[in-house]
Ligand binder design. Sequence first.
Ligand SMILES: C[S@@+](CC[C@H](N)C(=O)[O-])C[C@H]1O[C@@H](n2cnc3c(N)ncnc32)[C@H](O)[C@@H]1O
Length: 244
Amino acid sequence: MQICAYMQKRENMNFLLSKDTKDCCITKNRKSKSMLPQDQVVKIYNRIAYFYDAWAYLTESKARKRALELADIHNGQRVLEVAVGTGLAFYEIVKLNSEGVNVGIDISAGMLKKASLRLAALSGDNFVLKHGDALNIGEPPESFDLLLNSYMFDLMSAEDMDRVLKQFRGVLKPGGKLVLVNMTKGRTLVSRTYDRLYRLSPRLMGGCRGVQLSSKLAAHGFRVVHREYWQQLLFPSEVILAYK
Ligand SMILES: C[S@@+](CC[C@H](N)C(=O)[O-])C[C@H]1O[C@@H](n2cnc3c(N)ncnc32)[C@H](O)[C@@H]1O
């Protein structure tokens, strides 16, 4: 049964000039700060870890799948996933990169526990799952070919986004690839429902609101080559491919 309609729209670099991408986190013409401090984010994700996969299946699975396609993992690479969550993408990364090195970090012990259970089905000698903070990644400089991150920037203040992008640049090798997925600003009235819910209660939305990261990435020296808009069960996502 088809339970949701989705729309894929591919765009070229012109999107950088479009109205959609003028700012990273505008909600109803006002800059919105992430209203949840990090300790609250940890608490929320520890709490919702048990049903997160159901939400992810209904609203995020298509964008996440597309991100993995764009990541185009070559077996043997060094891959870092920041905010690995319950390991939905990381499980696929580890399978695709069986001869490489795969590191997954997250600040929520609850999400990491779910990820460990999922990954237990795999051999375990080509991946590490550990507690870690995007604001201070703590991995060696210029050590990863690919960095994947999904649905984390939409939780963050603009200031923290800047700090995290500096960290991302730091750990990626020169020319390294960055694939991002974010909840983004909906293009239709109904797809903006989630942002309206966020304004009512950030907790209700797990702290997430629509963001647009392309301009910020470019400002941090990333070469953004591709952005796609996806919508699943009215939930709007952007998938971005960029290089250091
Ligand atoms: C919406 S979930 C997405 C999980 C996963 N990336 C996915 O797409 O299924 C957001 C995740 O970001 C993690 N997170 C939030 N802030 C973080 C930070 N500063 N460092 C690492 N992980 C963080 C949360 O713990 C949570 O697991």
